[in-house]
Every structure is written in C-alpha cells, then in structure tokens.
Design a binder for this molecule. Structure first.
Ligand code: UDP
Ligand code: MG
Length: 319
C-alpha cells in the first residue's frame, strides 16, 4: 500500500543529527495516524551519515527509504530526487539539520486537509544566523520579487508540503539548474504560507559557503528573470547617449574657440567605463549561454548509486 504522506530530506554530512532528525520526524508522523514514509537522500556524504541512514532503514524498513547518490549533486537536486521517488498523497520537503522543525509538518497537513495544494513555511524569525546571511537573504528575496513575474513568497525556503497534483505538475519541469522554491511558485495551484520560527542548527555547520549562496542566488534570478539581460541594453543605451551628448558639447565648445578636456584622462576613464560595461554584459550573457549549454548536454539531473527500501526502483521521469 502506498503511504499517505512522504517526507523528503536531503543529507550532506549530518552525522551528528541524522538519528535525532529521524526520531523527531517519526514522532510527528506517527502522531498523524496515517501511513508515511521518510525518504533520506544521501547527497554524497563524506562522513558517517550514510551508515547511519542505512542503519535507520534496517531498524525501520517500513518507513525509511534511503537514496544514495553517486556523488554530491547539491541540495536542490537531492530534493528533486526525493520528490521523484515519493509516493505519498501529500509530500513534505524538509532540511535534515533540524533548522526546520518537523512539528510544522503537522500544521502544513492541516492546511492540506483544508484544501490547499501547497503549504510553504515562512520564516517569521531566524535564530543563529549571521547578520550578513540575514541581510543578504532579505535583500535577495526582495530583489527576486521585483524582477520576476512569478510571485515567489518572501523569506521562504524549500520547507513545504505539496499535494500530489501540485507535485506531479512540478515534476514535469526537468530543467537542470533548479531553483525549487521558485518552480513551486511558478506552477500556481492553491498555496498558503505557514509561519514558523527557524531555529539555529543544533549541531554541524552550514554547507552553504558564500560562493554557493551566490551561485544559488544567480540560478534563482536566471531561472525566472531576463532582467539582467535587459540591464546590458539599458547600460548600452545610456553609454551611447552620454557619448553622443559629450561629442556634441565638445564640438560646440570647440566651434566657440575653447578646447576643454584635451588630455588623456577623459579618454582613459571612458575606455575603462565602457570596457567594464561591455565585459559585464558579456558575463551576464554568459550566464544564460551557460544554462543553454547545460540543457543542450542534457545530462541526467542526478545519479543514484543505490536505493534501500524500494524494490520497484522507479527511474526518474525522462525529459
Ligand atoms: N545539503 C545537501 N547537499 C549539499 C548541501 C546541503 O543535501 O550539497 C543539505 C544539508 O544536509 C541540509 C540542507 O541541505 O539538510 C540545508 O543545508 P544547510 O543547512 O547547510 O544550509 P543552510 O540552512 O545553512 O542554508
Ligand atoms: Mg541549515
């Protein structure tokens, strides 16, 4: 029999938390009184987490499914793999570091029973993050809301519950560079926010250094907006306009007998400025070309080394 609820959790080097995480999820899910499954995705861990995950499956084969990736593919693809393999009527995605309290799933399930297709968790408060992360995250979610057409809710991560209909819609999107929270907004359906307090990590450390955060932010923007491409056009238009204006002014002054700005300084600064604008534009273009390149290669989104707890190894849908 298929479980009613699936919980999908990506795991990357969380040996200090895996067992505690399972226990908290089990308590919440048991409390709901319906069949459930927990899909743990080993995103190429380099610590003892995989053994701990296998042990959880051995101890509770009825509920725990373990997907071992062939290597680290990243948080967004780990989530995707878990969602591909989930069989529930309602499917939750949650971080395994206990920053997202599993207890909130019960509240999401309540919204689902009220008829909502997606219940996403909104961080009303965040504990134990640096001011830098709080500030950049805040700025990023406001920026992306301004420059995209999709209504991506503010201060929302991937912690959410999706109804099967909404999930199947989501799973049709097989793009390589994934910004899952944006993709879920994009599908529409009836969505509602559930407010919660995001806790500090109880153990371990963040797996998202600044360069990964930036990469992720850029993926989010380029997935849903062509605004950066338009920036080049605007910058180009402004530069051409300024150049023409300057030429005109200098011409008029020269006709009037004076020759200001005869030195090299002006030329040098103009060259630098325009060179910068051009390189910048090429860089932005490169981001989009890079995405096209990845799509053209059409490699699989992720590779699975082994699955524990599933006999019918369903292959992920092919694009
Ligand atoms: N994670 C993952 N693959 C990665 C990085 C992170 O599966 O390459 C998992 C990690 O184990 C955690 C979740 O994704 O359960 C969120 O990661 P993290 O807590 O490091 O991010 P933060 O909360 O600091 O943004
Ligand atoms: Mg975390």
């Amino acid at each position: 029999m298929h479980p009613k609820f699936s919980v999908v959790a990506p795991i990357y080097n969380e040996e200090a938390l895996v067992e505690q995480f399972y226990a908290r999820v089990r308590d919440v899910m048991t409390g709901l009184g319906e069949p459930w499954e927990l899909i743990l995705v080993n995103d190429g861990c380099r610590d003892r987490s995989p053994e701990l995950m296998d042990a959880l499956h051995a101890a509770d084969p009825e509920h725990v499914v373990v997907i071992h990736f062939a290597r680290n593919f990243g948080h967004q693809l780990a989530i995707t793999a878990g969602l591909d393999h989930a069989r529930g009527q309602a499917v939750a995605v949650i971080d395994s570091d206990l920053q997202d309290p599993p207890e909130v799933i019960a509240e999401m399930v309540a919204r689902w029973h009220e008829g909502y297709d997606v219940a996403y968790a909104v961080r009303a408060e965040r504990e134990g993050e640096t001011w830098f992360k709080l500030w950049t995250a805040r700025a990023f979610y406001r920026l992306i809301q301004r420059i995209t057409d999709v209504d991506i809710p503010l201060d929302t991560g991937d912690f959410r519950l999706m109804d099967r209909k909404a999930l199947d819609a989501f799973l049709q999107m097989r793009e390589k560079r994934r910004f899952v929270r944006g993709m879920v907004s994009w599908i529409g359906f009836r969505q509602i926010g559930v407010h919660y307090k995001r806790h500090a990590r109880t153990a371990g450390e963040t797996k998202f250094p600044l360069h990964k955060m930036l990469r992720f932010a850029f993926d989010g923007i380029t997935s849903f907006s062509q605004f950066p491409l338009k920036l080049s056009t605007w910058a180009g238009t402004a530069a051409v306009g300024l150049g023409l204006l300057l030429a005109l002014v200098l011409l008029i002054l020269r006709l009037g007998g004076s020759a200001p700005l005869a030195g090299q300084g002006l030329t040098a600064s103009l060259v630098l400025f325009l060179g910068g604008v051009q390189l910048w534009s090429v860089g932005i273009l490169g981001e989009y070309v890079g995405r096209l390149h990845e799509e053209a290669l059409d490699r699989p989104l992720y590779l699975i080394r082994e699955i524990k707890g599933r006999d019918d190894h369903p292959a992920p849908p092919v694009s």
